[in-house]
Design a protein around this ligand. Structure first.
Ligand SMILES: [Zn+2]
Length: 202
């Protein structure tokens, strides 16, 4: 699949480098969001094979909107639904593309960025950093949940020695390191030497 998206940038005549950087970045993000929508639209428009019976005759069954938060911002995707004429099962042609999201709305890339930020700053600060650097709106509470889930996933995978500690304002961090399996969590006064990042399906 090859897609083309427009990139229109209006630069004021008296703009300085800082303003140009900001305008170009905003335009880039809009173009990337448009590219994401175009990819989904392209999949929905292509030949569709029923995943149940492999029939190739499908009927339109409406559309659904899916909000996805990415590393370049929040994208509202229009997802097509179809019904197989042979077996009657419904499916979404773009389902394989979106499978990594699971029931969540964060892409794996943004999720990892959230974990990195959530492990480095207070969650409220991390949310601001992500909004500024990625254009993605992720609440401090969502960041906390994502970071916590990654810590638990890493702990479940047997990763040890990676702890989190916060020294500034914001929600107090939870330490994920354990002295031994089944024992209580302990805090490590040193900054985290490594980051426990685990895939949790979203
Ligand atoms: Zn079918």
């Amino acid at each position: 699949m090859q897609i083309t998206v427009p990139l229109v940038i209006d630069i004021p005549d008296d703009a300085g480098i800082e303003q140009v950087e900001s305008v170009v970045l905003d335009a880039d993000r809009l173009a990337m969001c448009e590219a994401m929508r175009a990819v989904v639209a392209g999949m929905d428009a292509g030949p569709i094979v029923c995943p149940t019976c492999h029939g190739r005759t499908v009927q339109r069954d409406g559309t659904a909107t899916r909000l996805v938060s990415t590393r370049f911002g929040r994208v509202s995707l229009v997802v097509r639904r179809v019904r197989c004429a042979a077996c009657g099962q419904r499916c979404r042609p773009s389902a394989p593309l979106l499978a990594a999201l699971g029931r969540a709305n964060l892409t794996p890339g943004l999720r990892q960025t959230c974990v990195l930020a959530g492990s480095s700053w207070p969650f409220a600060t991390a949310a601001c950093v992500i909004a500024d650097r990625c254009g993605a709106v992720v609440s401090a509470e969502h960041l906390r949940q994502v970071t916590r889930a990654a810590g638990h996933a890493a702990a479940g995978d047997g990763v040890s020695g990676c702890t989190r500690r916060r020294t500034t304002c914001g929600p107090r961090a939870t330490s994920y390191a354990r002295t031994r399996p089944g024992s209580r969590s302990v805090s490590d006064p040193a900054p985290p030497a490594c980051l426990p990042v685990g895939r949790d399906g979203g």
